[in-house]
Design a protein around this ligand. Structure first.
Ligand code: CA2
Length: 136
């Protein structure tokens, strides 16, 4: 049976949106690959969209693998689901895969670019091995 989604203090189910290394540079570098929106723009859009579905958003970014792992562990008890762009760690991190496997919540992997049109090393994602779905 599906677990009940934990709710925030206002009683709203919470979705964790976790962003990995270098995504703090969005909108400032490589717009031809990642577009012109900054991470703050994406945060605003996600919060607005989620509110329309009665969901609250916990939106975070870190350049550090351990932070992402800590947040995935936190999400096990505090989130109804997780949206994760692990960025470069998607292709390298068994530790993040292990944390995703332990999550026991719906997990959507997101990429802003299409990794399959890029270098061959981007075609494998450890996160995909645990994800409920993938959007790129
Ligand atoms: O397409 C994606 O969202 C990626 O997860 C982005 C990662 C890349 O390593 C993955 O293969 C695909 C890189 C994020 C770097 O973000 C930057 C943003 C602006 C300027 C430079 C880097």
């Amino acid at each position: 049976m599906a677990k009940k989604a934990p709710k925030d203090k206002a009683g709203t189910p919470s979705i964790y949106v976790l962003n990995g290394p270098n995504l703090n540079l969005l909108g400032h570098r490589e717009p031809e690959v990642y577009g012109r929106d900054t991470l703050a723009d994406i945060h605003t859009a996600v919060v607005r969209h989620a509110a329309g579905h009665g969901l609250s958003i916990e939106f975070r970014q870190s350049n550090h693998e351990g932070d992402l792992i800590d947040w995935l562990q936190e999400a096990r008890t505090k989130a109804g689901g997780v949206i994760l762009n692990a960025a470069g760690f998607s292709h390298t991190s068994v530790a993040i895969l292990d944390a995703c496997r332990a999550l026991d919540r719906p997990l959507i992997e997101v990429h802003l670019s299409n990794p399959f049109r890029r270098e061959s090393f981007r075609r494998h994602s450890f996160v995909s091995e645990a994800a409920t779905g993938v959007i790129c």
